[in-house]
Design a protein around this ligand. Structure first.
Ligand code: F6P
Length: 531
């Protein structure tokens, strides 16, 4: 498979010229005035997600050049390599298999089946069989926990991908949650978090899930040891019933004293692992059928990404837009605005997905990159964000593309609220684009909104397991596309290693007070902490 870095393609120079001559001046208001079809042209229905891209600073010429960029970079070949089990995580020499976790069980190959389906299935060998055996076991366990009225509290101990995915999804799907069970997520090594969670819990009614791909992460292991000690101190004895491990490192979990384990594989990246055993809290919360719907929604989006022509392939269009904004417009961040309170952890989840995947300064060969990569992702649910930082989005110097996520159907029956929520999300997207001249001066002034501020609008009919699965898979694939164009390996995370090593060193020095060889600031702070 050949990948060509974006800056080495003819389309890249053409995009630079296009940006100078037309792209940077594009005015959304004029674009809508000139093209009555603009909404239809730049919006589309993908599986379970409708997307309106029309309020973005793109036109037909930009889109055509961006699609050429995707072709010339080999995004299609790269995508196919992922789906067929190629070792595209080149620095760790691994395949990237989260899409396999969402594949339905293998059926006997029908003659009518498309060639690519056969390739995709065969290349993974018996991994697919293992995936389904593990999934079946995990879902049977989830059903048993659901039926066990004596377990009232489920505590997930994990961090990063072993926390953000299940936490985001359990919250998002709280309308589907089994009554009578509370879910807690402990990630931080800061003991305040675990101590506050344990307060009010009883050993006999608590299930601890120790979620760690590696089973070595210091935060998780520290919390797991403390939880185990608390359990024993409360008189708990039945570890097999009250502790389960979700990990690729079953041997380490056994050595820790946990015998109930659900495994996964090194070809599932931490931030892509909610579809694996790491999703167990979600499976307990929404049940086996709900979890299968979550997987099925993601699979629908996988099939769209794998088969739709590039021009109507939503992850491709979003990934291209991300590159257009980051590398041509120079926008440094993207604000995520979910207009649904149950999606309150979506921005944090997407932060890891985008920034741990694409926050890289070298290409896949290790050569420094001459252009910017991952934007900063940030956000809060609407309408809360409107009363905090939307001022800056409307009138700040920096242009920040906003990604709105709205849900058509509410899952509550309080009158009036949902219409008001939807009115707000539409109005914010509208205000960002249309702007307003200062009512006092008619031109510049404190009350002027320049407008022409871009946004994308993602709309779900309902926030349900299927649509959430599709929404998350969409985000995974758009990150794949931009990472592919940038020529980077989106599936490693070497950038978190240095801090881990230094923390071990500093921890030892905090105990002894040894500051020899430290920089003056670290030494000074360390001395104050010990005083
Ligand atoms: O922060 C680095 C990282 O490796 C993430 O990629 C991962 O999701 C997190 O730590 C937790 O890792 P583990 O699941 O192995 O405990």
């Amino acid at each position: 498979m050949t990948r060509t870095r974006c800056d080495r393609t003819p389309a890249w120079s053409q995009l630079q010229a296009h940006y100078q001559s037309a792209g940077q001046q594009l005015d959304l208001r004029q674009a809508f005035a000139q093209d009555p079809q603009r909404f239809d042209r730049f919006s589309q229905q993908a599986p379970h997600v409708f997307a309106d891209l029309s309020k973005n600073r793109i036109d037909a010429a930009t889109q055509a050049l961006l699609l050429q960029l995707a072709q010339q970079c080999g995004v299609v070949e790269h995508r196919n390599a992922m789906f067929s089990g190629g070792a595209i995580n080149t620095t760790e020499h691994r395949a990237v298999g989260h899409v396999l976790l969402r594949n339905p069980p293998l059926a006997p190959v029908e003659p009518a089946q498309t060639a690519i389906n056969v390739v995709a299935n065969n290349a993974w060998g018996d991994a697919q069989t293992q995936v389904h055996a593990t999934l079946d076991a995990m879902l049977a366990y989830a059903q048993a926990v659901r039926a066990d009225a004596a377990i009232t509290d489920v505590v997930n101990i994990g961090i990063g991908g072993s926390d953000l995915g299940p936490q985001m999804a359990v919250l998002a799907l709280q309308a589907f949650a089994i009554p009578g069970k509370r879910f807690h997520f402990v990630s931080n090594v800061d003991g305040h978090e675990l101590a506050a969670t344990l307060q009010g819990l009883k050993a006999e009614s608590t299930l601890f899930l120790i979620a760690s791909k590696t089973f070595t992460t210091i935060e998780t292991m520290t919390n797991a040891h403390s939880a185990k000690a608390w359990f024993a101190a409360q008189g708990g004895t039945d570890t097999a019933r009250h502790f389960a491990a979700l990990t690729t490192n079953v041997a380490a979990a056994n050595a820790f004293g946990i015998t109930t384990t659900f495994g996964f594989w090194d070809w599932v990246g931490g931030r892509y692992s909610v579809w694996s055993a790491i999703g167990l809290p979600l499976a307990i919360s929404i049940g086996a059928d709900g979890f299968r719907e979550f997987l099925a929604g993601a699979h629908d989006m996988d099939e769209h990404f794998r088969t739709a022509p590039l021009e109507s392939n939503l992850p491709v269009r979003l990934g291209l837009l991300d590159v257009w904004y980051r590398n041509f417009h120079g926008f440094t961040s993207r604000s995520i605005a979910p207009y649904h309170s149950a999606l309150k952890r979506l921005p944090a989840y997407l932060q890891q997905l985008e920034m741990e995947s694409n926050g890289k300064r070298v290409d896949a060969t290790g050569a420094p990159l001459p252009y910017a990569t991952s934007p900063v992702l940030w956000g809060e649910p609407g309408t809360n964000g409107q009363h905090a930082y939307f001022q800056m989005l409307h009138q700040g110097i920096d242009v920040v593309p906003v990604e709105f996520v709205a849900v058509k159907k509410p899952r509550h029956s309080l009158p009036g609220h949902h219409a008001l929520l939807l009115a707000n999300v539409l109005a914010q997207a509208q205000a960002l684009m249309v702007g307003q001249s200062d009512p006092d001066t008619g031109a510049e002034g404190h009350r002027r909104f320049t407008g022409n501020r871009p946004s994308t609008f993602l709309l779900l009919d309902d926030l349900a397991p299927t649509s959430l699965g599709a929404l998350i898979a969409l985000q995974e694939h758009r990150v794949f596309v931009s990472g592919s164009l940038w020529g980077i390996n989106s599936f490693d995370q070497w950038g978190v290693e240095l801090g881990k090593v230094l923390a071990k060193n500093v921890e030892a020095r905090l105990a002894t007070g040894d500051t020899a060889g430290l920089d003056a600031s670290t030494a000074g702070l360390l001395a104050r902490l010990r005083a």
